[in-house]
Design a protein around this ligand. Structure first.
Ligand code: BDP
Length: 598
């Protein structure tokens, strides 16, 4: 799915700004037709942002149900004769959208874009009213799952993942135009053979009548280097562009070519689109993870989209700052834990040579655990009444949308289909097997994995057989062997040796310790800055003894908000940086290690 872009034939308007906003706790707006006129009794709400923390109101923060957004926009006069599209980069977790009185789109899933062709309702020069109802309820059939429980004091949202259920319009909303016959999609696959690079491209065209195909239209593909000089060209809806003396995209050096695709009718340019292309290869060889044929060792973090006030609202200031901090500390990679991040983040990673493990929003598919606390199991995870075939359909669609959105990003080297699901039962195996097959069918070029949690040790895990890489979240010295780093070191090494025997590359996707910034101790105990640093050093000693370990991602880059819980004080404090991005002592420990490695 192509992002809106300004090109010679395309224009876009960003609808970010203050929208009219109203919560609908009683769920009456759909019946009352709140989209049919000016949103009644509305307040103002910035887009993009989570709505939860913007207003000073517990009712807004903890709202369950529908939230209504509305704005008006004038369709540019110059767009006459064009196809007009309305696109939401995300609406968490689902939405229905109207243009004036007409429903134009509905979408399930909070972290991937959706759009609607609104040409029929968008008269150039006229204003349109855009209304979206955004619903934040998590159910057994949503990804991630949750349960809305009826209690004597009202409805309560319960969920099994360890971050706050922020909701709203987290990313920009766009109005854009293309010609009616247009480039609908582009897929690139790149290859390297010594100094020769290849870009295998496939263009899909759509439009008025399928006459838009090859017979009437011509497709040109031109590849330019970073200076804008043409290096290869081809015609036709698919082909291979060959680059002599290629500059590959590599970790730490995100060299990008530009693929310019043009759709022409004789001498007339009908549509054009430009795509950033990094030429690189990814493959697994034994226990090595190869990028461009070279073993790659992941250093970095599991992150979150999480900020004070903005919640999960995308913010370019923090985007650039977080990447600057990652460079400072020597991180060469991160995981989009636990959902697809804004496309702006992946674009930035492409440009800066930061490697990404791209994860779906399937987190918390494990009722035996909550935020690291293993305990009561009020519901079975996989069952006809809980996570079932219908849930898997939603999960499959989330994978389709993730791959469709991110397939062309060179930074993405590995798909993660889920974080810490139940993986020891036959039900879990049956649930996941087709999802792995689907991901491979959608993208045969990247490895596929999932992130295993501590209840599923070597020999017990029935899902790992489908995974190209072993991704482990482990908290020896924190949830296990709490405060006992010597005992943790022995136990952790023993478990890792068990995994190493499987002969696949191992990435430690989470290890971390909650740490209160400013708490110092000479005999380090959990929660102190010294303990976090010693905990990390213990982990590193273990990793360095196991050859199959080819990556370490600390949990977490920064402190983040969670739901209320007796084991969370103002959120999860496992950040190496505080929520406002001040380093804890452990940041220096990591910097010494990682800057030495990279
Ligand atoms: C892991 C989860 C992560 C949590 C972390 C923790 O993958 O989302 O935040 O534990 O407990 O289980 O800090």
């Amino acid at each position: 799915m192509l992002r809106p872009r300004d090109t010679a034939t395309r224009e876009r308007r960003n609808l970010s700004g203050l929208w009219a906003f109203r919560l609908d706790p009683a769920g009456v707006g759909r019946e009352a037709g709140w989209w049919q006129g000016r949103l009644p009794e509305a307040r103002e709400m910035p887009v993009p942002a989570s709505y939860n923390d913007v207003l000073v109101d517990a009712g807004v923060r903890d709202h369950i149900g529908d939230a209504w957004y509305q704005t008006t926009v004038r369709v540019p006069r110059g767009w006459a004769g064009q196809r007009v599209v309305l696109r939401f980069d995300s609406a968490t977790h689902r939405a229905v959208v109207w243009v004036d009185d007409v429903e134009v789109a509905s979408h399930e899933g909070g972290y991937t874009p959706f759009e609607a062709d609104i040409t029929a309702y968008a008269r150039p020069g006229r204003e349109i009213r855009v209304t979206a109802v955004v619903n934040n309820e998590l159910t057994w059939q949503s990804v991630p799952p949750g349960v809305v429980e009826d209690t004597p004091s009202g409805r309560r949202q319960n969920y099994f993942h360890d971050f706050f259920n922020y909701a709203g319009l987290h990313r920009p909303v766009w109005l854009y135009c293309t010609s009616p016959d247009h480039i609908d999609d582009i897929t690139v696959v790149t290859g390297l053979d010594g100094a020769v690079g290849t870009v295998d491209y496939r263009v899909e065209v759509a439009g008025a009548g399928e006459a838009a195909g090859d017979a009437v239209r011509q497709i040109r593909a031109v590849l330019e280097d970073a200076e804008g000089a043409e290096v290869a060209r081809s015609t036709g809806a698919s082909g291979v562009l060959t680059v002599e003396g290629v500059r590959p995209w590599q970790p730490g050096a995100g060299y990008l070519y530009t693929l310019r695709v043009e759709l022409a009718d004789g001498g007339e340019l009908v549509d054009d689109y430009t795509l950033a292309v990094g030429i690189r290869t990814v493959e697994i060889d034994g226990t090595n993870f190869l990028i461009n044929g070279e073993p790659f060792y992941f250093t970095g973090f599991g992150k979150h989209e999480d900020l004070p006030i903005r919640g999960k609202g995308h913010d370019d200031v923090f985007l650039v700052h977080d990447f600057a901090l990652m460079e400072w500390i020597g991180a060469n990679s991160f995981r989009t834990s636990h959902y697809p991040y804004a496309e702006e983040v992946l674009d930035h990673a492409d440009r800066h040579g930061i490697v990404v493990i791209d994860e779906t929003a399937a987190v918390g598919q494990n009722t035996g655990v909550g935020g690291g606390i293993v305990g009561s199991r009020p519901y079975p995870t996989f069952s006809p009444e809980t996570i079932n075939d219908a849930s898997r359909d939603v999960h499959a669609q989330a994978i389709r949308e993730l791959v469709a959105r991110d397939k062309n990003h060179p930074c993405v080297v590995l798909w993660s289909v889920a974080n810490e699901p139940e993986s020891t039962t036959e039900a879990s195996r049956d649930y996941f097997e087709p999802l792995f097959a689907l991901t491979r069918e959608l993208d045969p070029t990247r490895p596929v994995g999932f992130v295993n949690m501590l209840l599923a040790r070597p020999g017990m895990d029935l899902v790992m057989q489908f995974s190209d890489v072993i991704m482990l979240n482990r908290y020896y010295g924190w949830y296990l062997n709490t405060g006992d780093l010597a005992g943790a070191e022995t136990a952790w090494q023993a478990e890792l040796e068990g995994w190493a025997a499987e002969g696949k590359p191992i990435i430690i996707t989470e290890y971390g310790a909650d740490t209160i910034t400013g708490l110092h101790q000479v005999t380090p105990q959990p929660w102190s800055e010294e303990y976090q640093a010693e905990y990390l050093e213990m982990n590193h000693r273990v990793f360095d003894r196991i050859d199959a370990v080819i990556g370490e991602h600390v949990w977490n880059f920064a402190d983040f908000a969670t739901k209320s819980a007796i084991f969370r004080v103002d959120g999860n404090k496992k950040g190496v940086f505080t929520r406002d991005r001040h380093p804890k002592s452990a940041a220096h420990t990591l910097r010494r290690r990682w800057r030495g490695k990279n």
